[in-house]
Design a protein around this ligand. Structure first.
Ligand SMILES: NC(=O)c1ccc[n+]([C@@H]2O[C@H](COP(=O)([O-])OP(=O)(O)OC[C@H]3O[C@@H](n4cnc5c(N)ncnc54)[C@H](OP(=O)(O)O)[C@@H]3O)[C@@H](O)[C@H]2O)c1
Length: 296
């Protein structure tokens, strides 16, 4: 089978691999689509090789996957072979990612795709929706929330999920994204961070750092998306960053919010795995909205 890998030097390589076998507690997924996320481009360009894995290590690309379970480990009773599932790869340092014909994931990293949700489109969901939801867990008691990067992958879900939890959300987004963020559940939309110290919390999906933490009231909460780049805490504001974790149970709950229309799924486009590099370049274009997907 084909898999797209990288040595962290900026290139994508096609690798011919044996089809992986699921072990205990694992399922094999015949990939229908893999999502293209900023972390994939960062991995291609060496961020894991700079600090986490030795130089020269071959890493599989891709975290998000949707497809059909086509084999299960001996002890696995659910999901059954033939189930449509979506999942998040738990470990980005392995030689096989989701840019591949088949992947093996632990059962606890996958969720069944609800009826009515397209299998390919579902590949756009796991990384960003889990990041947004887990980030909100760090934002303190419900109140007023500023979401930066509110039209992006993480930010868009954050707006919808925060509104669903009862936050009064202000979305930082371009004028051209105003309608999207208001439809997603924001009470208001702004183009620049002007009101210093006025929000109970900020979810900084645009990684603005000091500019974003300045918007939080004294003793409020800042939640970032880049753990190595948390701004200096100021005025008693707590500063933390989310590190997304696979969680099939939570993903299943969040998919219900997709199914009932609380959360909108956005797909920018779909390309075949052969065009993985082009999909990454398209996904890196400023202003792109929704995820690019790769189909085998
Ligand atoms: N820690 C974790 O577990 C985790 C998990 C997932 C993602 N992330 C990180 O989260 C970040 C966001 O990911 P994403 O998938 O949401 O990216 P994305 O879809 O590209 O969205 C980023 C958003 O931020 C906006 N933005 C960027 N710079 C801005 C600026 N200076 N001022 C205002 N808005 C700005 C972008 O607007 P324009 O397109 O208009 O420029 C876009 O709407 C990435 O750095 C990603 O690596 C972290």
């Amino acid at each position: 089978m084909r898999a797209v890998v990288t040595d962290g030097k900026g290139d994508l390589k096609f690798s011919d691999r044996p089809v992986p076998e699921p072990g205990p507690g694992e399922v094999r997924i015949a990939v229908a689509a893999a999502g293209v996320n900023p972390v994939d481009m960062a991995t291609r360009d060496g961020y894991l090789h700079a600090s986490v894995v030795p130089a020269g290590t071959t890493l599989g690309l891709g975290w998000d996957v949707a497809g059909i379970v086509d084999a299960v480990g001996a002890d696995v009773t659910s999901p059954a072979v033939g189930t449509r599932v979506v999942g998040l790869r738990p470990d980005p340092t392995t030689p096989l990612g989701t840019y591949a014909d088949f992947v093996v994931l632990p059962v606890e990293a996958v969720a069944s795709i609800p009826d009515g949700l397209d299998t390919v489109a579902a590949a756009s969901i796991p990384l960003n929706i889990l990041t947004a939801d887990q980030a909100l867990d760090l934002a303190g008691p419900v109140g007023t929330l500023l979401v930066t990067g509110a039209a992006g992958g993480v930010g868009g879900y954050a707006v919808a999920l925060a509104a669903h939890r009862g936050w009064t959300v202000t979305a930082l987004a371009r004028d051209s994204d105003r309608e999207f963020v208001l439809n997603a559940g924001a009470a208001s939309a702004i183009g620049t961070v002007a009101d210093a110290g006025s929000f109970d919390a900020v979810l900084d999906a645009a990684a603005l750092g000091a500019t974003a933490i300045a918007a939080v009231r004294d003793d409020g909460h800042y939640v970032g998306v880049l753990p190595p780049a948390i701004p200096e805490p100021v005025r008693g504001v707590s500063a933390a960053a989310v590190s997304v974790r696979h969680d099939g149970g939570r993903l299943a709950q969040l998919l219900r919010l997709v199914s009932n229309g609380t959360v909108e799924v956005r797909v920018a486009g779909t390309l075949s795995l052969d065009h993985a590099r082009k999909a990454q370049d398209e996904a890196s274009t400023p202003g792109v909205r929704g995820r690019w997907l790769l189909t085998p």
